[in-house]
Ligand binder design. Structure first.
Ligand code: AMP
Length: 408
């Protein structure tokens, strides 16, 4: 099935072709007919499946021409995602006369108020700033036809669902609502029961399985040696671009500083950075000005960075879903990617959770000629029993190893 046969409008098909898309992806194939038929939709699909185009192309086909009112509202959890989706709309509507605008926090209100006054056809927004502007009566949603709630599980994690509900309450009852979420827990089911009408459900791929093109590996190491191991991994890996995830913002700053000292070109992305710094990091990394980007989970969801050849988890994610999202940054759109996770003894329980969640065992790897301080890490049974024995007993270097601790 080609884009032409999907029932999309001609300018939209041209827009997709100009992006270099030759065939629709599975979610595009399944979502387009539902959206074109005017049905509400709940779709669960992994990131990187082409989900933005899956809703943008049919919506644009139905918007057709410019009208001075907001006809489509897309809510996104983060500024980065909002920017990415706005850019996608702009690309797809290249051969149309419709307009799109972006509303998010962290920048002045002036331009956003002006854009809203002009009444763009499509508004892509984060919930907080949009609600602010709505409370100032700067937004008229009276002519809304399409409401897209994207990455809803992320909005749930970030505590945005009450804001989302307030926004939905101000939308006209007669509208088409599309909800996208990697997972659909109970709270999201309740939200969808409240704001969708007889929705069609689409599930693409096994929700829990990470991108199939990614190869995974775990690198056990003592806490003191994590950074040395990271440097060694970077030295020994033939990468084009590496995304390194840390659990905390301070951790991201610290790793970035240390990597810079070791002559790596590094961008840093987390929510304490200014909007300009975030844009510079993301753009610079995409353009290849920085080979390495160190980020917290803010970058893990949905951000589309083509050509990330490697993801390195400097910390093991505490939630298995985050592991899937993080490694989803590589191996996108059929390219192969490697996901390395550095793990310390006390993180082993999280590793086991992740393996249960993804339904596969991740191979443990040892770097030849790396000067490991502890090799007991590779004996996981004894690590687990030490962890149980030492429950609650932590040193500044992490969990104690008791009898199994052995120096090489
Ligand atoms: P998304 O899941 O929306 O973040 O999209 C992931 C990536 O796939 C983006 O870089 C899109 O430009 C790209 N993409 C979307 N649809 C197609 C398609 N039909 N063919 C090739 N690439 C696509």
């Amino acid at each position: 099935m080609s884009f032409q046969n999907l029932g999309l409008s001609e300018p939209v098909v041209h827009g997709a072709q100009r992006m270099g898309y030759s065939d629709p992806t599975p979610i595009q194939l399944r979502a387009a007919p539902v959206i074109l038929a005017g049905r509400d939709l709940i779709a669960s699909a992994q990131t990187g499946t082409g989900k933005t185009a899956a809703f943008a192309l049919p919506i644009l086909s139905k918007l057709d021409h410019h009208e001075p009112r907001i006809r489509c509202l897309v809510l996104e959890p983060t500024r980065e995602l909002a920017m990415q989706v706005e850019t996608a709309f702009r690309d797809y509507m290249r051969f149309m006369h419709t307009e799109v605008t972006l509303i998010h926090g962290g920048v002045g209100y002036g331009r956003q108020r002006e854009d809203l006054k002009r009444q763009c056809d499509v508004v892509v927004a984060t919930p907080g700033r949009l609600l602010d502007l709505m409370q100032q009566s700067a937004v008229d949603l009276g002519g809304l036809q399409f409401l897209v709630l994207d990455e809803v599980d992320r909005m749930l994690d970030m505590g945005f669902l009450p804001d989302v509900r307030r926004i939905v309450e101000k939308c006209p009852k007669e509208r088409q609502t599309l909800l996208f979420s990697a997972t659909i827990p109970e709270e999201i089911q309740r939200l969808s029961a409240w704001c969708l009408r007889d929705p069609e459900r689409i599930e693409i791929g096994a929700r829990r399985s990470p991108a199939e093109t990614v190869t995974h590996a775990l690198y056990p190491v003592a806490l003191d040696q994590k950074f040395d191991l990271l440097l060694t991994l970077l030295e020994r890996t033939n990468y084009d671009s590496v995304l390194i995830f840390t659990r905390t913002k301070d951790g991201a700053d610290r790793i970035s500083r240390q990597l810079k000292k070791n002559n790596h070109s590094v961008a840093t992305l987390h929510s304490n950075r200014t909007q300009n710094e975030r844009v510079d990091a993301l753009e610079g990394f995409k353009a290849g000005r920085y080979e390495v980007m160190v980020a917290t989970d803010i970058a893990a969801r949905g951000i589309d960075i083509a050509g990330v050849s490697h993801v390195i988890n400097y910390d093991v994610p505490q939630h298995p879903e985050d592991y899937v999202h993080r490694i989803g940054r590589t191996g996108r759109a059929q390219t192969v990617g490697d996901a390395f996770t550095i793990m310390t003894a006390e993180e082993l329980p999280h590793v086991l959770d992740i393996e249960r969640f993804i339904g596969q065992k991740v191979p443990r790897k040892k770097i030849e000629d790396f000067n490991y301080v502890y090799t007991a890490l590779f004996n996981e049974e004894s690590v687990m029993s030490s962890l149980k024995g030492a429950k609650g007993v932590r040193t500044h270097k992490g969990m104690r190893f008791g009898a199994s601790r052995r120096r090489r």
